[in-house]
Write a protein that binds this ligand. Structure first.
Ligand SMILES: *Cc1c(COP(=O)(O)O)cnc(C)c1O
Length: 376
């Protein structure tokens, strides 16, 4: 059994993906070929965001957004304490300060109350300037944008939506990648929509922002004259090969993969709801299930279940074993301004189970039976 079976998906789409790869190889247009702009059009149509700009990976996408706003030393970026380190390193790269916000244990996402408390504390201290809120749609579930956007308006803050794990998810029919002033996603192979290497994208409703980002991902050069550099940028382009693969995978993603992971999550939950704390999806929210993550009672129970599953041939993963404020790279930062107790709790008690569109009912039954055997 695989934690996320990428090979099974390839087997399903093999013929068309092989052809798409061959076409690129023969065509010779390896960087930013026509497949990249076609993909950008299809991604913006699917998400409902006006503009999409593909780039080298999800971390660069976040860096590009912060560069666009000129976020740097003296600026505070509010980010959940329980996330992938990519959400934090992009802030540190800019010389800005991450301000860690606690999560809601029901959703694993940024807790709006903790966010507002952090904004008020930073303002009161007066040492750094609140600039950006970076909500992360963890494990595929959109953050609480209703409340977060309200807080952003109230304190005049920008919103950078980190939708690396939530492409395809929505709230009340409105898709992720449309909630931020700029939103980003990742096509790392294990994300809901993954390619066969690194890839990422930025989304925005503003043509002006999109045009500048297109320049910034390519060394800051001018569209009209490639030797006229008008912005400071990165070398962060999406390979034509990855775009060609993503165009094929996007179709499967839309047609059935999203439905499959939602059906599998429901089946997991129906079998586990009386056994462990299952992931809860608020009303009107739709997840793209980057992970199916349960919460155990304590660290010892989580670790012993993980070992037991492993002995029984079931892979599982701990996302994430260490909160952001306890990372070595964050040692020099000021002490957190709000309680991060839920984040610490989740790092000790969360366990992610196998999840991908090709998981069978029998596999889900085998996994849940093994969990019930161990926990009773
Ligand atoms: C994966 C991930 C990223 C970074 O994406 P890459 O393409 O790997 O650079 C950023 N944020 C979150 C929450 C992620 O899970």
């Amino acid at each position: 059994m695989e934690f996320r079976d990428l090979k099974k998906q390839y087997q399903m789409l093999k013929e068309e993906i092989d052809q798409a790869i061959l076409d690129v190889v023969k065509d010779g247009n390896y960087i930013l070929g026509t497949q990249v702009s076609q993909l950008e059009d299809e991604l913006s149509e699917f998400s409902g965001s006006k503009h999409c700009v593909c780039c080298g990976n999800g971390t660069d996408a976040l860096v590009l957004a912060l560069m666009y706003w000129n976020i740097g030393p003296g600026d505070a970026v509010f980010v959940p304490d329980f996330t992938c380190f990519a959400s934090v390193t992009c802030i540190l790269t800019r010389g800005a300060e991450p301000v860690f916000v606690d999560i809601d244990l029901k959703t694993f996402n940024m807790d709006p109350n903790s966010l507002e408390e952090a904004v008020l504390n930073v303002t009161r201290e007066g040492r750094i300037r609140p600039r950006v809120i970076m909500p992360v749609d963890l494990f595929g579930l959109p953050a609480d944008y209703g409340r977060i956007l309200e807080i952003a308006r109230k304190y005049s803050l920008l919103v950078l939506e980190d939708a690396a794990q939530s492409f395809g998810a929505s709230i009340n029919g409105r898709n992720t990648c449309t909630f931020g002033d700029i939103s980003t996603t990742s096509f790392f192979p294990s994300k809901p929509l993954g390619c066969y290497g690194d890839g990422g994208a930025l989304f925005t409703g503003s043509r002006e922002i999109a045009d500048r980002l297109k320049s910034m991902r390519f060394l800051g050069r001018s569209v009209a004259d490639q030797y006229d550099n008008i912005n400071i940028g990165l070398n962060s382009r999406l390979d034509t090969l990855q775009a060609a693969i993503l165009l094929k995978k996007l179709r499967a993603f839309k047609e059935y993969e999203l439905d499959c992971v939602n059906r599998i999550a429901e089946y997991y939950s129906s079998l586990l709801k009386n056994v462990v704390s299952i992931p809860r999806i608020p009303e009107d929210f739709y997840s793209s299930w980057a992970q199916y993550t349960i919460l155990l009672e304590n660290e010892a129970q989580r670790d012993s279940l993980k070992d037991y599953l492993s002995t029984s041939g079931v892979p599982s993963a701990v996302y994430y074993p260490r909160p952001m404020h306890l990372q070595k790279a964050c040692e020099g930062l000021a002490t957190p301004l709000v309680s991060l107790a839920n984040s610490v709790h989740a790092s000790k008690c969360a366990l992610s189970l196998p999840m991908h569109p090709y998981l069978t009912d029998e596999e889900v039954e085998m996994i849940t039976t093994t969990i019930i055997e161990h926990i009773g």
